[in-house]
Structure formats: C-alpha cells, structure tokens
Write a protein that binds this ligand. Structure first.
Ligand code: ZN
Ligand code: ZN
Length: 327
C-alpha cells in the first residue's frame, strides 16, 4: 500500500530541473501542501528569479521541511541524507519515493517532445557529417573528437562520452576510444548522443565500409532483425520486460542469447538513462509520450560486436522511430 507523504524533497539536478525549470547542481526542492520551494545558493538565485519568476526561492542555508512523512530520492548520498534529517522535524519518517519521482519525467510534455525530436534530428545530422570525415589511418580517439567537435559546434556538447570502437574493440560494449588505428575497411561501432536545450539523444550505428560477410554479416542481420521486431512490437500498455523479450527471443533463437548481456533499452530525456527501462526485470508500462531506446547487441569477445540503437517515441497505437540514420 502506498503511504502518503507530507512532503517530497528533491536533490538530483534532473529532478530539480523537471520540478522548477532551473538547472543547477546545488539545490533542494521541497514540495508540500504550501507549494514548491527551491533552496539554492547565491550563484543560482538571480537565474532562478529570471527563469521562474513565480517560484518561491530561498537561501540553501535555511532549508526546512515540515511534516512527519518525508518522501526522498534513493540517489541521495549518505551526507545528503544526513542533511535531510537535520532539515526535517525530529522523529520524521523517511519514505523512498524514487519510483514516483522518476515516473513524473517518463511521459514527456509536448514541448519536451519537440526538444527531444530536435536533439535526435541533430544527432542524425552530426553522424552523417562525421562518418563522411572518417578516413583510414585515424584513431578511435580522433574519430570521437570529430563527433565531439560537431556536437559542441551545433549543439550543447555530448549527452555522454562518445563510444567509437574499431573492429574487435566493439566486443566491449562500452569501450573507451583509444589509439587503435582504423584501416578503412573494418566495421566501426559508434554510440553517440548530442545534448540540445537540456535534452539528450542516443543512437548506435555500425559503419560497414566493406560489405560484411561470414560471422559478422550473420550477427548484424540477427541484431537488425531484433531491433526491427522490437520497433514493430512497441506499443502503449506493454511492459518494458515484454518489449525486451521480443528482441531477446530473436537473438536467443539465433544462437547468441549469451552474448546479449545488457537491457534492450532505456528512457531518454533530461538524462541519458531514465525511466522507463526496457530490461528483463522492468515492470514499467509503456505509455504515449514516453521515449525509449531499442538497442539490441551481440558481443563476441576478441572478435566482434554489433549494436543497433534507435530512439523511439511511444504513440497511441505503437511507436514512431525518431532516428533516421541508415542502418
Ligand atoms: Zn547509446
Ligand atoms: Zn542507449
């Protein structure tokens, strides 16, 4: 049974931004019957007055939380939790409200949908420009710098550290770009997302300059089939677990079930990973206005790696694929 709370306290910057419109890394937001109050420090107070003129803004040294049952986020550090106890009345109960707080951000408002569309469209453009600039002899780091440079020039930088994997390095699904030199013929896996107006994008493509054959071609076709099947299946009312299973079953039947070690996808918004998740254990229910990645992958250590990732928007009847880059 859900226990009612007298107040909800937010600390995580993405939740602070979602509740107040203010981007700052040192704030507490207290929501109670009296309304919403942002507590922040001297550096952010003038910006808060400008961005949200109607919001109650107070000095962070004076945080006070009233009530006996206080809802909090599980991302608090021990020190932050200790601070929260000092802000609240003696004997107050603390109730984990992470799920409810994340759920608020899972369904996007129309203006957020437009911002996410713009971020995804820009990410596609950057991929098209960057991939044409890749030349034999470049290192993974150099290729990542091309992408990062375009993201800074055209957007607000990277939503996460760009992943570039030449050849067998793609078997490490979160490989850190290094000095590996590209010979111009090997496949290159790139996982990238530009940030724009506070919102993230996320896409993975495998550049294949030479028509792949053998095992690589077999794995690529299987991952693509899993990606397409999940896109065809995604619809409101479905759980994240059921969506994950659609792709996972295809990869398992293809003989590579043990080589798909991560979740099918995750929500994207103010943060690169947010609700809803589409994993084996996810009980999030998809709803119109949610964004989720569809990113099956197969990784064979020391040999090859393939991941194909699109960002989709759940609609009334199914989903709309926002990533338009060729796959
Ligand atoms: Zn990604
Ligand atoms: Zn992703």
């Amino acid at each position: 049974m859900k226990v009612k709370t007298d107040a909800i306290v937010l600390r995580h910057p993405a939740n602070v931004r979602a509740a107040t419109g203010i981007d700052c890394d040192n704030a507490w937001v207290v929501e109670d019957a009296a309304g919403t109050c942002l507590y922040t420090d001297f550096r952010y107070i003038p910006m808060a007055h400008r961005v949200a003129p109607k919001l109650k803004v107070r000095d962070i040294r004076k945080v006070s939380v009233k009530g006996r049952r206080i809802g909090y986020e599980s991302t608090l550090t021990m020190a932050e939790f200790a601070a929260l106890r000092r802000f609240a009345p003696r004997g107050a109960k603390f109730i984990d409200r992470t799920r409810e707080i994340l759920a608020r951000r899972a369904v996007k408002r129309p203006e957020e949908i437009e911002k996410l569309r713009a971020a995804v469209a820009l990410n596609d453009r950057i991929w098209q420009t960057a991939s044409r600039r890749f030349k034999a002899g470049m290192t993974e780091k150099a290729m990542a710098r091309v992408i990062r440079g375009l993201m800074l020039e055209l957007g607000d930088g990277e939503a996460f550290d760009t992943i570039v994997c030449v050849g067998a390095n793609a078997a490490e699904c979160h490989h850190v770009p290094d000095g590996t030199v590209w010979n111009g013929r090997e496949p290159v896996l790139v996982d990238m997302g530009v940030k724009l107006d506070g919102y993230c994008s996320d896409m993975t493509r495998c550049l294949r300059p030479v028509r792949p054959r053998g095992l690589y071609a077999k794995v690529y076709d299987l991952v693509l089939a899993a990606n397409r099947a999940a896109i065809a299946a995604a619809r409101p009312g479905m759980t994240g677990k059921a969506l994950d299973k659609v792709a996972r079953d295809i990869i398992r039947k293809g003989g590579f079930g043990q080589c798909f070690g991560h979740a099918l996808g995750h929500g994207v918004g103010l943060e690169i990973h947010e609700a809803p998740s589409a994993s084996k254990a996810s009980d999030w229910v998809l709803a119109p206005g949610m964004f989720v990645t569809i990113e099956p992958g197969v990784y064979l250590e020391g040999n090859l790696g393939v991941r194909i990732e699109d960002l989709v928007l759940i609609t009334e009847t199914g989903c709309e694929v926002l990533s338009t880059s060729e796959k």
